[in-house]
Ligand binder design. Structure first.
Ligand code: PBG
Length: 329
């Protein structure tokens, strides 16, 4: 039946009807709040390119995680800003490294608090800013890097991380991390794999925040080409074979097609990473008065859920959780 019998507007006529047939729900428990934790910085250090986000000391990070937990946010995700960097990125697997210390501090202070997810990568710890160790010719050495990533993941698990999330895009890292975790007694620690991570312009503000801009070259020899969707599905399927428990699509907004495709292809829980540049665009437009921040953020996050994301990693997490709580009143 078509018009005039069928009128799509009937079910849009009131808030009650719209609520009754709403297809997609956004909950604070589905959100993950990323945090930058610095080893020797001040308690709170603003990040110029990410208004509202700060680099935090370990104790400030504990307080932030407490606040996230009180808002019902599902997890925090830790990125380390180490005091020193070196050629191999050895701060990444240091038992006294910034992420290890912060993880222990958060888990100890908030045993029932939000989950702690750790980012497993070398770029924040290496003096050259690439995501792995370099060969003499300057290329990233895949297999040598994978060993170091596995060591890093185990040190995070030992510190109490609830999930580990490798973001480097080396081949075979999920399988090696799984084997090392199992061998070290962490068979129950899940891996959230950054499966489809694209070489994106939208990571710019993050690299400011974490001080991880590559000293030379770019990340296109390991991160995905933004033009390639089938290759992204293949990456995700390989991660499933290697033992990933969750897969990720990153960035989120320009990759909605792949959120759907990878969800269908893998049947795994899927996280979408609403990255730093996507956050910065909204904040800049809102600050200029070009759009309504609250409405824009809730629309973006809902659209990611509709596209198929189970979990959303977003710098808007705390604001969004507050808005959702206010809506529920
Ligand atoms: C580390 C890493 C990056 C991001 C998450 N983990 C940066 C990069 O790959 O350059 C980006 C997150 C964001 O932009 O919010 N490899």
């Amino acid at each position: 039946m078509a018009y005039p019998q069928t009128r799509m507007r009937r079910l849009r006529a009131s808030a009650g009807l719209r609520g009754l047939v709403r297809e997609t729900e956004l909950r604070a428990g589905q959100l993950v709040a990323p945090m930058f934790v610095s080893q020797d910085g001040p308690p709170h250090e603003p990040i110029a390119t990410m208004p509202g986000v700060e680099r935090l000391s370990i104790s400030a990070a504990v307080a932030h995680a407490r606040e996230a937990g009180a808002l019902g946010i599902g997890a925090v995700m830790l990125f380390g800003v180490p005091a020193e960097k070196d050629e191999h990125g050895s701060g990444a697997w240091d038992e006294e490294g910034v992420v290890q210390l912060a993880t222990r501090a958060i888990k100890q202070a908030l045993p029932d608090g939000p989950l702690v997810i750790t980012d497993v990568c070398l770029c924040e710890y290496s003096d050259h800013g690439h995501c792995g160790v370099l060969r003499d010719d300057g290329a990233v050495d895949n297999d040598a890097t994978v060993e170091l990533l596995a060591r890093t993941a185990v040190s995070h698990a030992r510190a109490g991380a609830d999930l580990v999330a490798p973001s480097d895009m080396m081949d075979g890292r999920v399988g090696t991390i799984r084997a090392e975790l199992d061998g070290e007694g962490f068979a129950d620690t899940p891996i959230l794999a950054y499966s489809a991570k694209f070489a994106s312009a939208f990571y710019g503000p993050f690299r400011d925040a974490a001080g991880s801009t590559p000293a030379f070259g770019d990340r296109r020899s390991y991160q995905l080409d933004p033009a390639n969707g089938r290759e992204a599905v293949r990456e995700a399927l390989l991660d499933v074979q290697e033992g990933a428990d969750m897969v990720m699509v990153k960035p989120a907004l320009a990759y909605g097609d792949l959120i759907g495709a990878i969800k269908r292809a893998t049947c795994l829980p899927l996280a979408a990473y609403n990255v730093s540049g996507e956050y910065a665009m909204v904040k800049a437009a809102a600050a200029a008065g070009y759009l309504d921040e609250r409405a824009a953020v809730l629309e973006i996050l809902t659209s990611l859920r509709r596209a198929g994301a189970d979990t959303i990693i977003t710098y808007h997490a705390l604001d969004a959780a507050r808005w959702l709580a206010a809506e529920a009143l």
